[in-house]
Design a binder for this molecule. Structure first.
Ligand code: MRU
Length: 354
């Protein structure tokens, strides 16, 4: 893995160039914008596991490009090549368990394996272009929905984790909708949950909003309910890592608590995600595997221990929000209102109901 000044010519967060996978190194933001040049599958897996590349759609694309890389590297291996690529594909899928997009991306490009490495790569590159187009459609639909659910005034929006262009190939999902609303002059302020323990909100969402010139403030995750109670939030927008058939939604840890608080205060709670995040094999969220990450992410801060030596930690990377707490799931194809889900009359949206 080399850190190089190379960037995606198409301004994607992950891309392919000269026989390698390129990725913005999200671990280094906002201090430094640097790119990784990943030249073997182990490096792609490490980048996904260490969250250099993160966000459900982005890891789906990285997984697809990882298979293309494997096919490229094994091109001269004769009859054994396909089996090696398939083994690499399984390792890529196993690198993070919760976001269904990873398996989806890997399996989609694998269907082209019989046609040779160039066909696998062409499929992965096509997915990058599609990602931009479908996110644009989802974002437009989500922005329209938010306007229909909220009072007619510059909006105060709250978001969690990072769902912007970094977390996808480009455009973003929930944060893309926030940006679209801001571009239309409809946003007064975005409250950005810092997103403990890895600070995807404070580091990445704040960076994207600053870059776009959108007014924002960062808050500790634990301040979000208080912000709602004080009437500072008109709508909550989040992304998703896996959505079950009934709309139960896995997303970054802390999302469930936000949904509970939003329901308490009559605030619309909108999930924006591509259709590829939907796992219709799962009837509900009880079957979603939640990734458990290393204790050190919680017991240390910026490399320094914050707990007594030997302290254990509970560190799930995601939680599952029941569909009944969700106002709508918006994709490139539909606005899905879960059966038994939240209905939020525009008249009460954003008002504190204590
Ligand atoms: O652990 P991460 O940073 O990959 O978690 C990301 C999230 O939870 C995002 O909200 C989700 O993947 C949607 S990104 C468009």
């Amino acid at each position: 893995m080399t850190s190089q000044p190379a960037t995606s010519a198409r301004e994607f967060s992950v891309d392919w160039a000269d026989g390698a996978v390129l990725a913005i190194d999200q671990r280094r933001l906002p201090a430094e914008t640097s790119w990784l040049r990943l030249t073997d599958v182990d490096q792609v897996i490490e980048a996904i596991q260490t969250l250099a590349v993160r966000g459900a759609p982005a890891i789906g694309l990285a997984g697809a490009l990882g298979v293309a890389l494997s096919a490229h590297l094994h091109a001269g291996a004769g009859p054994a090549a396909d089996a090696r690529v398939r083994a690499d594909a399984e390792r890529l899928i196993a690198s993070r368990p919760t976001a269904v997009n990873l398996e989806w991306g890997v399996r989609r490009v694998l269907t082209r394996l019989p046609d040779g490495p160039a066909a696998v790569l062409a499929e992965a590159v096509a997915m990058l272009d599609e990602d931009a187009a479908l996110n644009t459609r989802a974002v437009a639909r989500a922005a329209e929905l938010v306007l229909s659910l909220t009072p007619d005034r510059p909006l105060r929006l709250l978001t969690h984790c990072n769902t912007g262009r970094l977390a996808t190939g480009s455009v973003g999902t929930a944060l893309g909708a926030v940006r679209r609303l801001a571009d239309a002059g409809r946003v007064a302020e975005v409250l950005v949950d810092e997103t403990r323990p890895l600070l995807q909100g404070a580091r990445l969402t704040a960076w994207e909003l600053a870059e776009a010139g959108v007014p924002y403030r960062v808050l500790a995750d634990s301040a979000a309910a208080a912000a709602m109670a004080q009437g500072l939030v008109d709508c909550v927008l989040v992304g998703a890592d896996r959505i079950a058939a009934n709309g139960d939604t896995a997303n970054k840890i802390g999302t469930y608590g936000l949904a509970v608080a939003a329901a308490r205060h009559g605030i619309p709670f909108v999930v924006v995600a591509p259709e590829s995040t939907w796992d219709r094999q799962l009837p509900d969220g009880s079957g979603i595997v939640v990734e458990e990450r290393a204790s050190e992410e919680v017991t240390t801060f910026a490399g320094a221990r914050t707990t007594p030596e030997g302290a254990g930690a509970y560190n799930p990377a995601f939680d599952v929000t029941p569909a009944e707490l969700i106002t709508a799931v918006v994709t490139e194809r539909q606005v899905f209102r879960p059966a038994g889900g939240r209905t939020t009359p525009a008249a009460t949206a954003g008002q504190a109901t204590t």
